[in-house]
Design a binder for this molecule. Structure first.
Ligand SMILES: Cc1ncc(COP(=O)(O)O)c(C=O)c1O
Length: 386
């Protein structure tokens, strides 16, 4: 099981959960601004471009503050590239494990960089990408694993993510302007340094004629203990020794500890202990809980207390968020909040079983202003089916 990285409730400790409908994602724009300020300082110090990974956090109502601090965003295909251009602006970098021929021209027109996965995709799409005035990049698999969980390790045996280093030989095609790697997941600096070391033999040969190097995401640089000075030094060294511009595509680090998911207890039953059924579902609202898997932190959980299994309202027997301690066994109508839910949870929600999508709210923990930015209703459920 992956550990949660959350540092705790922070200012959400005092947020009155009854102020929002349930379920609801609440993002603290002050916490987001705190992360963005760290990223801006980092980008400036390293003279590097930091992009928001839309796959992790796409809350475009907050685009103005994001674009003020970051250089742009990275997309995973046509729809995210459209969102990037329409709502965020700045630099747009698009990577997909494989592109569709009917979409590539539009993607190239929307993007500054289009990063393909294999030499075969270069052969197929290089001309169209360059005709769209985008620079062509190639994702490389440095064949250096740093992740403990195979599912989150793009360098795991059999991975489709990037051309394995040993298949590249000493060169990349002349049409390629930059290289891309993405190998980490919520990690600190030493795994990045080791990954770069694994990549250096290729960089030594090809980087001097490239324009840029994109180091992907998975760098939890907004965690208090991230070794940011060492990162700045490494990025500066890479830029100088190879004459390339450095890009990073950060998702988790942008929205880290900036949002909660508020839910409500619908019923409590007993079966081998207390089981509370919530209007928040692991499978519909926090799929990484089941996929990673991990146990999201719960606001105000005491070290001991009554052990209660928190489970979702769907039909999936495994729609269980986890077992948590409570001072008093919760009752129908009680509100609760899972911490650090702004990244990935919000973009991954589904309406499986007709379970309602959580509303979206922005809270300013300095002024206490609360804005409901989106509420979903039956038409959102019906509208994606026919
Ligand atoms: C290619 C690529 N770039 C960036 C990211 C963002 O990673 P993170 O949210 O861990 O920073 C991901 C996440 O899967 C990714 O696959």
């Amino acid at each position: 099981m992956m550990p949660t990285q959350s540092r705790g409730a922070g200012r959400f400790a005092d947020f009155d959960l009854a102020r929002v409908p349930s379920p609801c994602f609440v993002v603290d724009e002050v916490a987001l601004a705190h992360n963005l300020a760290i990223l801006k300082t980092l980008g400036t110090a390293a003279d590097a471009d930091i992009l928001l990974a839309l796959k992790a956090f796409s809350m475009w109502s907050l685009a103005p503050i994001i674009t003020e601090h970051l250089s742009g965003s990275c997309a995973s295909g046509l729809w995210e590239a459209q969102l990037a251009r329409r709502r965020f602006g700045g630099h747009v970098s698009t990577y997909a494990p494989a592109f569709k021929p009917e979409e590539i021209a539009e993607i190239a027109a929307l993007s500054d960089h289009v990063i393909v996965n294999t030499p075969h995709q270069i052969d197929r799409f290089a001309d169209q990408i360059r005709a769209g005035n985008a620079e062509l990049g190639l994702r490389v698999n440095p064949m250096h694993s740093e992740g403990q969980i195979t599912k989150y390790d793009p360098c795991a045996p059999g991975s489709r993510l990037g051309t394995p280093l040993d298949q590249l030989g000493d060169s990349v095609p002349d049409t390629v302007s930059g290289l891309h790697i993405h190998t980490l997941c919520e990690q600190d600096f030493p795994p990045l340094a080791r990954t770069i070391d694994a990549l250096r033999p290729l960089l030594d040969k090809v980087a001097p004629r490239l324009n840029w190097l994109n180091l992907g995401g998975g760098h939890l640089v907004t965690r208090d203990d991230y070794q940011r000075d060492e990162l700045v030094a490494l990025l500066g060294d890479l830029a100088q020794s190879y004459g390339v511009r450095i890009y990073m595509e950060l998702g988790t680090a942008v929205a880290f500890d900036a949002g909660i998911l508020v839910g409500e207890v619908l019923d409590v039953m007993t079966n081998d202990g207390a089981v509370a059924v919530l209007d928040v579902s692991a499978t519909c609202h926090m799929p990484d809980v089941l996929e990673a898997p991990y146990r999201p932190a719960l606001r105000g959980e005491p070290a001991d207390g009554h052990q209660v299994r928190l489970a979702g309202p769907s039909c999936l027997a495994g729609d269980v968020i986890g077992t948590y301690g409570f001072r008093d066994v919760p009752r129908a109508g009680d509100r609760l909040a899972f911490l650090d839910q702004a990244h990935y949870s919000m973009v991954k929600t589904t309406t499986f079983n007709g379970v309602a999508l959580p509303s979206l709210a922005v809270w300013n923990s300095d002024t206490d202003e609360l804005r409901m930015v989106r509420r979903f209703d039956y038409s959102d459920f019906e509208g994606r089916l026919s």
